[in-house]
Design a protein around this ligand. Sequence first.
Ligand code: SAM
Length: 273
Amino acid sequence: VSEAAVAPLLHEGVRIGEGRLRAAGIESSRLDAELLMASVLGVGRERMVLDRLEPVGLEAWERFQELVARRVAHEPVAYILGRREFRRITLAVDRRVLIPRPETELLVEVGLELPSGAAVVDVGTGSGAVALALKSEREDLVVSGTDVSADAVAVARFNAGALGLDVQFVVGDLLAGLKCDAVLANLPYVPDGESLPADVAEYEPRVALFAGADGLGVIRRLVRQLDGVSVVALEHGLSQGDAVSQLLAAGGFRFVERLRDLAGHERVAVGRR
Ligand SMILES: C[S@@+](CC[C@H](N)C(=O)[O-])C[C@H]1O[C@@H](n2cnc3c(N)ncnc32)[C@H](O)[C@@H]1O
């Protein structure tokens, strides 16, 4: 009898899935197997332990194996599940948008310090992550998001509706003509031609990743458009902290602060006039 023909107990099923993911070189094999199984069963991940001796129904077992096969092909878990947590909100995500990353929460933290009623634009909003997380925690701010990708703006608008948050999203280049007090931006910053893990390279939108020979092509253009903006926070790649700080200083931002992610890497430069 093949493994696939008979539905196993929950802990056996998760272990089989974990083994397939590990064999495919997926580092987070245990976590991913649990997340996929929990999603198939429509329960929280804690049930993987609490119900470990329960049988998995045949239909759920087949569905689980389909999801494992997608992950074996390196499709990111967030796309398979169709959602990603970001700070206190859950966003719908699919291949039209970059999957929000934990380090991007630093941009929201900068936004949280803005004075009451400030106008903020999340430039290159993707799923709407930064704009929507900020609005969910600071209702007084006037928050907008822009993206050059109409597909991304469609996802961001869907998320705003689902979360009941009053954020305007605009399709356009960089600030798209919007006036504001503060700009928060996680724009593309990977140098053209740089090789990325299969999960990223084969699934996430190229327009969300690559930005010219040194990766700073889009950020450089944005910094030139910040007249009248008092505060700007820019996410950047691991080795771009000096270059982005210099761009901000040259753009007239007298005070430049550099923020680190939880791993201790500089990931965001904040400029203040
Ligand atoms: C790295 S992704 C970040 C998405 C989102 N801010 C996040 O952190 O999850 C960069 C985003 O910038 C958008 N983008 C690229 N070039 C742009 C431009 N010139 N103007 C506006 N958005 C742009 C891409 O479409 C993509 O959604």
